[in-house]
Design a binder for this molecule. Structure first.
Ligand code: IPM
Ligand code: MN
Length: 357
């Protein structure tokens, strides 16, 4: 009997539904050819869950995620739900599922194959060949630190990390570096923040104790934000905290010319949550303009996580071939390229992925 994996699928809102539909078709095609099965359990999340359950992330949805082998998430939020505050916001639902699954390491890879170098707002010779991985701490720091407050006159959040929280995410970064080009850049604001000084000391100690074979350097967040634009090829693995990683990963997304290309994997000790870095893009939803690549590459990361590495590689191959065929969705299209809708892009990636198997 062929192996079956249980996947919770949360298309979410806006373009989430259309990019998820392409991704499921692709997964079905590739898994059939590779001899394993994916069994989907679809759940509402974000705005869709507010509409259905009056809660952006109900316990029943969290339980479904915990009962499955992996979770695929589209995007959450949109103007329809913008008037909600606090725990009722779709974004709060996203933070809740990350926290509940304790997926403390968020991997956001960015690579710019030669075929994409022309799409970047930066000079092609500066970005061609970029291949970096941001490892963002995802369930701590200022996103979750207590106390918080807002009395209408004064408001505050707290940036907090403990040594074990820093160590566990740093370990993920060092281990990935060993599988890649063996270099970690840790990003903080240790010239100003106590929490960053603890971050830096902890990363240094862990490095000396367990990862001395990996090259390590440290940058302040302001400089790092500039460096990823000035000279992105210097980076292999970037290790950073929740807030800095949020900012820095959007900056790195510009290297390939579109946020629509960036996948992510959020991993903990047990669970895996896979979602594109982009949001729900309500302005283009339902028009066939969305780029499915970020969602598709997130699914490829999911297959790697499940151990289906051949299928995962086939998806990446399908994407690369679509690029070299000069196919571009609206976000990346320019004169001289073939314009593809969401489903046309999905179809070519699917066909090319299957051919490569
Ligand atoms: C991201 C998003 C989220 C974050 C928001 C929507 C809560 O920007 O995944 O980068 O800040 O983590
Ligand atoms: Mn973000």
């Amino acid at each position: 009997m062929s192996k079956t994996y249980k996947i919770t699928v949360m298309p979410g809102d806006g373009i989430g539904t259309e990019v998820m539909a392409e991704t499921i078709q692709l997964l079905d095609a590739v898994s059939a050819k590779c001899g394993f099965k994916l069994e989907y359990n679809e759940q509402a999340a974000g705005g869709a869950a507010i509409d259905k359950y009056n809660d952006p992330m109900p316990d029943s949805v969290i339980a479904a995620c915990k009962a499955s082998d992996a979770t695929l998430l589209g995007a959450m939020g949109g103007p329809k739900w913008d008037h909600y505050t606090g725990a009722m916001r779709p974004e709060s639902g996203l933070l809740k599922i990350r926290k509940e699954l304790n997926v403390f390491a968020n991997l956001r890879p960015v690579s710019v194959p030669a075929a994409l170098a022309n799409s970047s707002p930066l000079r092609p010779e500066a970005v061609s060949g970029v291949d970096l991985l941001t490892v963002r701490e995802l369930v701590g720091g200022i996103y979750f630190g207590k106390p918080t407050g807002n009395d209408g006159f004064e408001a505050f959040n707290t940036m907090r990390y403990t040594v074990p929280e820093i160590e566990r995410v740093a370990r993920v970064a060092f281990n990935w570096a060993r599988k890649r080009r063996n270099k970690v850049t840790s990003v903080d604001k240790a010239n100003v923040l106590d929490v960053s000084r603890l971050w830096r000391d902890t990363v240094k100690k862990l490095h000396a104790a367990e990862f001395a074979d990996v090259e390590l350097n440290h940058l302040y967040i302001d400089n790092a934000t500039m460096q990823v634009v000035l000279n992105p090829r210097q980076f292999d693995v970037i290790l950073t905290s929740n807030l800095f990683g949020d900012i820095l990963s959007d900056t790195t997304a510009t290297l390939g010319g579109s946020l629509g290309l960036l996948p992510s994997a959020s991993l903990g000790e047990k669970y895996g949550l896979f979602e594109p870095v982009h949001g729900s893009a309500p302005d283009i939803a339902g028009q066939g303009k969305a780029n499915p690549v970020a969602m598709i590459l997130s699914a490829s990361m999911m297959l790697d996580f499940l151990g289906e590495t051949k299928a995962a590689a086939a998806i990446r191959k399908g994407y690369e071939t679509a690029l070299t065929q000069n196919l571009r969705t609206a976000d990346l299209w320019r004169e001289g390229y073939k314009k593809a809708s969401t489903s046309e892009m999905g179809k070519v990636i699917r066909e090319e992925a299957l051919k490569s198997l």
